[in-house]
Write a protein that binds this ligand. Structure first.
Ligand code: NDP
Length: 288
């Protein structure tokens, strides 16, 4: 068997094209242009690339993009003051603080400072609480992207066994809530899970989000299962650095029913979902 490829890049592109039209309609109806503010503290090269990509995507979608680059030595108070200004700015509907923040900054305190209505990353404890209670709030982008991939591929979720490997606050836990909301039976695994291969083999839907290169082997996958690889790692091959995921793509392609690989799977969906969250936040703040 060769798995059907679930192409996150193509899906993200089609969502962004549709979103651009939705943004144009929203602007026409309300005379308000949705705006996303991104805060970058420090000079982490990977973060600089992420922030640039997010800003570019915003502009392409017809939204305002506000970039705030702060020195690595920024204090907690200076960061709070900026967040307060953005919270009060009617042109800004979404605020994102790029992680990681410098060591002197308490990331949770900054996330808590962002108004929940503008928290397009879905990391504010109030939004986390809403998600776990099944209430409306803003939901983290990567898990939302995974759900979109599953839905677009018409993978059945209701009553299915879903296994997530990785229990972080930004991927594993919110994804468990979203799958539970769609009536999957969810198992959340981590580094202390006993006999992980056997647990993975029980999955109709298997999602890997660990950052451990190619750890999910073909023999860990139930024949016909849907597999989604969220992991992003890098390795050197023939002197070149290339991106790899948590899934051994070659082996798993032979067993799974469908596979959304890394690269080319959930990664590109994250920015698309950030744009969707920004429009959603603008709608809730402005109406329309
Ligand atoms: P974290 O490091 O916060 O969490 C990793 C999780 O994986 C932990 O729960 C950890 O268990 C678990 N884990 C690690 N090793 C093993 C193992 N050998 N067996 C079982 N479980 C294990 O990572 P994130 O959730 O932030 O990210 C996970 C991956 O997803 C990374 O590769 C990251 O780059 C990628 N990512 C991709 C995004 C995108 O596509 N845009 C966005 C966010 C992340 P424990 O809790 O016990 O330590």
């Amino acid at each position: 068997m060769t798995a059907r490829l679930l192409d996150g890049k193509a899906l993200a592109q089609s969502i962004r094209t549709r979103l651009k039209e939705e943004v144009a309609r929203f602007v026409q109806q309300t005379s308000v242009q949705p705006g996303l503010a991104v805060i970058l503290a420090g000079e982490n090269p990977a973060s600089q690339v992420y922030v640039r990509n997010k800003s570019k995507a915003c502009v392409e979608a017809g939204m305002n993009s506000f970039q705030h680059v702060l020195p690595a030595a920024v204090t907690q108070e200076e960061l709070f003051a900026l967040v307060d200004r953005l919270n009060a700015d009617p042109r800004v509907h979404g605020i994102l603080v790029q992680l990681p923040v410098p060591p002197q900054i308490n990331a949770l305190a900054v996330q808590e400072r962002v108004l929940p209505a503008k928290d397009v990353d879905g990391f504010h404890p109030l939004n986390v609480g809403y998600l776990s209670m099944g209430l409306e709030g803003l939901v983290p982008c990567t898990p939302l992207g995974v759900m979109e991939i599953l839905k677009d591929a018409q993978v059945p979720i209701l009553g299915q066994q879903a296994v997530i490997v990785g229990r972080s606050n930004i991927v594993g836990k919110p994804l468990a809530q979203l799958l539970l909301r769609e009536h999957a039976t969810v198992t959340l695994c981590h580094s202390r899970t006993r006999d992980l291969p056997a647990v993975c083999r029980s999955a109709d839907i298997l999602i890997a989000a660990t950052g451990q290169k190619k750890m999910i082997r073909g023999s860990w996958v139930k024949p016909g299962a849907a597999v989604i690889d969220v992991g992003i790692s890098f390795e050197e091959e023939n002197g070149k650095i290339k991106q790899v995921g948590d899934v051994d793509t070659g082996e798993v392609m032979e067993v799974a029913g469908c596979l959304s690989p890394s690269p080319g799977g959930p990664g590109p969906m994250t920015i698309a979902m950030l744009l969707c969250n920004t429009l959603r936040a603008a709608r809730r703040q402005v109406g329309g």
